[in-house]
Design a binder for this molecule. Structure first.
Ligand code: PRT
Ligand code: MG
Length: 212
């Protein structure tokens, strides 16, 4: 049996067409069912539904043989024990720095001010500001980063931006793009040895299903 870890929402929705192109159909709609383990049209493949940030952990420790996770999540996880054979080029967005539209970020950086930055992505944020030589106090949040500058919790946030609509609706401005983000296929390295044939075949089928 091969176990594939996916998270509900955009990762599931955007992985589905790739699986279908590889000839694999998923037995149930996770938004309608409460099941956490779902079968597929292939008897030897099942899907487990986990939190997006838990996908690398499931794959690392063998709770799943492979999974789909955003580059943002993989950087914060560290990638230990994970083989990353494919950039699936799905769930695309960018990781950016944003501030209130009335905050002069350039001036604050020029003056060498110490900035308070709220984010879920503390490793990436620390690296980014250290590369720029900007001193920051990081505040770890787990959701709704956009609220932090509006309430005075932070001067800036590091978060994912896709259309920019969320920033705009909250009077925030994207002031720096840190990196482009997309979702990757991650595979447990031990499973790749033990289940070499079926895993290789599945990885190849997904690779072939990727749009050019
Ligand atoms: O929701 P949960 O806490 O369980 O986990 P999650 O938020 O990490 O999961 P999910 O499903 O929201 O995101 C899974 C992955 O999708 C992320 O790890 C990213 O790699 C990728 N992705 C792609 C995004 C976005 N686009 C995105 N737009 N993740 C989050 N967003 C959020 C962003 O944080 C912001 O709040 O959408 C908002 C901005 O969107 P726009 O379109 O208004 O700019
Ligand atoms: Mg989310």
């Amino acid at each position: 049996m091969i176990t594939l870890a996916l998270s509900k929402g955009r990762i599931f929705d955007e992985t589905l067409p790739l699986l279908e192109a590889a000839g694999i159909r998923i037995a149930e709609d996770p938004e309608k069912s409460r099941k956490l383990i779902i079968g597929t049209s292939r008897g030897d493949l099942r899907v487990v539904l986990v939190r997006a940030s838990d996908v690398p952990t499931y794959v690392q420790f063998g709770g799943a043989d492979l999974g789909v996770a955003g580059k943002d999540v993989l950087i914060e996880h560290g990638g230990d024990g994970l083989y990353q054979p494919l950039d699936l080029r799905i769930a695309k967005c960018r990781m950016s720095v944003a501030v209130r539209d009335d905050f002069d970020y350039a001036a604050a950086v020029r003056q060498g001010s110490r900035l308070r930055v709220a984010t879920k992505y503390t490793l990436t944020a620390r690296q980014h500001f250290s590369d720029k030589g900007v001193h920051v106090d990081l505040i770890k949040l787990y959701g709704s980063m956009e609220l932090a500058p509006l309430t005075g919790l932070a001067d800036a946030i590091v978060d994912m931006v896709s259309t920019g609509a969320t920033l705009k609706a909250n009077h925030l401005l994207e002031v720096e793009r840190i990196m482009d983000i997309s979702a990757r296929l991650v595979v447990n390295q031990a499973a790749l040895k033990l289940k070499r044939e079926p895993l290789r075949a599945l990885i190849d089928a997904i690779a072939t299903a990727l749009p050019p």
